[in-house]
Every structure is written in structure tokens, then in C-alpha cells.
Design a protein around this ligand. Structure first.
Ligand code: PSV
Ligand code: MN
Length: 393
């Protein structure tokens, strides 16, 4: 590990100990493409079993203490009880994700639908999600809208922005003092012509209008190929408008593959901007969430691998010799500055992370620990009968 500062490993370990990664309930459940859902054995049958799986990921990695819920996929009668169960398992409920994209009513949109009745229904669901947050103790309401149009002329682009702003205002004003609205953007899909929140600029403009409790979420899979995501990170952080991430990988569109699988260098560049903006500390309020689907690979190991991938990229970002980098940048030393960054990226941080885990009483190799734990065999044996959870369920 090349670094001019001899205290760097301790500083890096301290920062990594404080880092938190949130896993999504839906990643534990069955998922697939619109062509096929390949069911897996041992998959959770209800939100409680999803939380049990998330707790295993936390116990093995030490850095995943919260799990995001998706409503209605994780609907239960008693959310306070679900939150209690999570606490008993050693974790907590994280962001509440609203879902206004799966009802027949939403064919022409949810909060931007031309029908005021459908708009009301969608807003009511968003408000219901805030009620749920009150009961689970969640701080973040994550909103993604599938709203858009397929054909030029289908609806008025500008009016739809007005409807969106009205809906966001009502939801924002319902939030409690310690709650945030995180607005997620996506270039396209399911709408193919216009999308009502297609990019960070649109999300940023709406959040700016709403006020300090509204911030932007960057889903790494939601950009046009070649988009410089770390620029967006730097810009939003500087403006105080970055609320968090939905991490995943994409090769083509919204592929929802494991974070760090397609482009670990991009993940490093993103995490470098986080470190540069002093935003790794939990107090900085950035939610580092995963939003993935494990369609063909076993789910729990895939989620553990994803958590480790984020940790590795973060460790490398922390390894950047900022003094040397700043000196090279100020001197206009293009190659020197680039070399400082690449030195950090090229370092093998796995021994450092193994050491960190051992120091925290964890197995240095969470993947191997999971394989040895017998948990996969246990859930395969226990979870028979009942309806498996998943979005084709
Ligand atoms: C939409 O593609 C999205 O990224 C949103 O975050 C949804 O809530 C999530 O996927 C569902 O998987
Ligand atoms: Mn997402």
C-alpha cells in the first residue's frame, strides 16, 4: 500500500468502521426479468424472513445494520412489531420505498396521471408510507416514479411537471422533523419516450423547490451509458442535495447486477468523491443502499459480495494520498495527479479489510463464513410451504 502518511491504515480503519451499507428487502426475494423468474429454494416467504436474512448479512459483514423495505411488497399488519423483530435480530428498518408502479390504475402514470382520482390514490399511498415510517422509525422515504409517456403528444410534458411538484409538496409537508424525502431519477423504462423524473437535474430542481428535507438519490444503474456519475456525486454533495445511493451494476440499462461487478473503477471514483466531500461519516447523512436483483445467483452470498465490493471501493478511495494529489493538481501535474489516484485504485485492500474484520471479532472472510455457517441449508430445509416472496408472487 503506497501512502506517504504512516498513520493512514488507522485512519482508514476508523472511517471504514463507521461506514454503513443498507441492504434491500427485495434482493432476498425471488426476482427475474419480464421473461422469467427463476425461483430459488429457501427464499423468504414474508418480510420477517427477509429481515432474518438481512441480519445474517450484518452479522457476517458488520457494516449492514439496516434493511430497506418496499411497500406493498413488505406489507404487514403491525409495522412496529416488524421493527421490533428487526431490533431483536440486531438490525433496524431503513428506508421505506414507495411503489406506485404496479397497479392497473397507473398505466398512464401515478402522481402525474391525467386522472385526478388516480393522482389522489398515488399520493395517498405515499402518505401511507410516511405513516409506516413513523411506526418503523425510518428516516428516509424513497420515491421513484415510473411515470412518463410512450408517444409524442400523449400528454403534456409541462403539466405533468406541475402535477409532480404538487404531489411532492403534499408528501414533503407531511414529513416529520427527522424524516427526508429522497427522490430517485431514471432515464427511461417503463416509459420509453418521456420520463417525468429522468435525470439528476430534474430531481435536483424539484428537491431545491421543496426544501432542505428533500434530496436526490443516485441509482447507479439509471443513467445513459458513459454518464460520469462521480461528477453528479460531486455536484450534489457540494449543493447539499445528495441523499444517498441505490448501488448496483449495469452493462446495458437498468440491469440491477451486483454493485462493483460491471465497473469497480467507477465505484471507486464515486466513493472517492464521497471521501473528498467528507460524506462517509454517518452524520453526513448519505444513505449507501443497495438496489439489486439476484436472478440467477444465490441471493445471500450475492448480497454479502456486494457489501464487500462497496467496502473495497471505499477502502481504496480512503487510500488516496490527498496531500500528494492536491500538490500535483495545484502544480498542474496531470500525470502525477492521475498516478496518485491510480495508485490507490491499484492497491490490494483485502488484507486491510480482513485485519479490520478480525479486530472487530468478525470472520476475515465473510463469504467463506457464510458458506460454513449452514444457514443456506437451514433456510432450504425450513422454508418449505407457504408462498415465496417476490415480485411475481
Ligand atoms: C426502479 O427501477 C428502482 O430502481 C426503484 O428504486 C424501485 O423502488 C426499485 O427499482 C425496485 O426494484
Ligand atoms: Mn433504485
Amino acid at each position: 500500500m503506497s501512502h506517504s502518511d504512516p498513520s493512514a491504515p488507522d485512519r482508514i480503519k476508523r472511517a471504514l468502521r463507521a461506514h454503513r451499507i443498507e441492504t434491500p428487502s427485495w434482493a432476498y426475494a425471488n426476482s427475474g426479468t419480464r421473461f422469467k423468474v427463476f425461483r430459488q429454494e429457501g427464499v423468504p416467504r414474508d418480510p420477517y424472513e427477509k429481515i432474518a436474512d438481512a441480519a445474517v448479512v450484518h452479522r457476517l459483514t458488520g457494516v449492514a445494520p439496516t434493511v430497506a423495505l418496499h411497500i406493498p411488497w413488505d406489507r404487514v399488519d403491525d409495522y412496529a412489531d416488524l421493527a421490533r423483530y428487526a431490533r431483536d435480530e440486531g438490525i433496524a428498518v431503513g428506508a421505506i420505498n414507495a411503489n406506485v408502479f404496479q397497479d392497473d390504475d397507473y398505466k398512464l402514470g401515478s402522481v402525474t396521471n391525467p386522472d385526478p382520482g388516480v393522482r389522489r390514490k398515488a399520493i395517498d399511498h405515499l402518505l401511507e408510507c410516511v405513516d409506516i415510517m413513523d411506526r418503523t422509525g425510518s428516516h428516509d422515504l424513497k420515491l421513484w416514479f415510473s411515470d412518463g409517456t410512450n408517444y409524442p403528444g400523449q400528454d403534456d410534458i409541462r403539466t405533468r411537471q406541475d402535477r409532480l411538484a404538487t404531489a411532492l409538496r403534499e408528501v414533503h409537508d407531511r414529513l416529520g422533523e427527522h424524516q427526508r424525502l429522497l427522490l430517485e431519477y431514471k432515464l427511461f423504462e417503463p416509459a420509453f419516450y418521456t420520463t417525468d423524473v429522468p435525470d439528476w437535474g430534474t430531481a435536483y430542481a424539484h428537491c431545491l423547490e421543496l426544501g432542505p428535507r428533500a434530496q436526490v438519490v443516485i441509482d447507479t444503474g439509471h443513467h445513459a451509458p458513459g454518464t460520469n456519475i462521480e461528477f453528479i456525486v460531486a455536484f450534489l454533495l457540494r449543493a447539499g442535495k445528495l441523499g444517498g445511493f441505490d448501488f448496483n451494476s449495469r452493462f446495458y440499462a437498468d440491469d440491477d447486477l451486483m454493485v462493483g461487478a460491471a465497473d469497480p473503477f467507477q465505484l471507486f471514483r464515486i466513493m472517492y468523491e464521497i471521501v473528498r466531500g467528507d460524506a462517509l461519516r454517518p452524520e453526513a447523512g448519505i444513505a449507501f443502499m443497495l438496489d439489486q436483483c439476484h436472478n440467477i445467483e444465490p441471493k445471500l452470498p450475492a448480497i454479502i459480495r456486494s457489501v464487500l465490493n462497496v467496502q473495497e471501493a471505499t477502502a481504496k478511495a480512503l487510500l488516496v494520498d490527498t496531500e500528494a494529489l492536491t500538490a500535483a493538481q495545484r502544480a498542474g501535474d496531470v500525470l502525477g495527479a492521475n498516478a496518485v489516484l491510480m495508485d490507490a485504485y491499484s492497491s490490494d485492500v483485502r488484507p486491510l479489510l480482513a485485519e479490520l474484520r478480525a479486530e472487530s471479532g468478525l470472520d476475515p472472510d465473510p463469504m467463506a463464513a457464510y458458506a460454513r455457517s449452514g444457514y443456506a441449508e437451514k433456510i432450504r430445509a425450513d422454508r418449505v410451504g407457504g408462498q415465496q416472496a417476490g415480485w411475481d408472487a
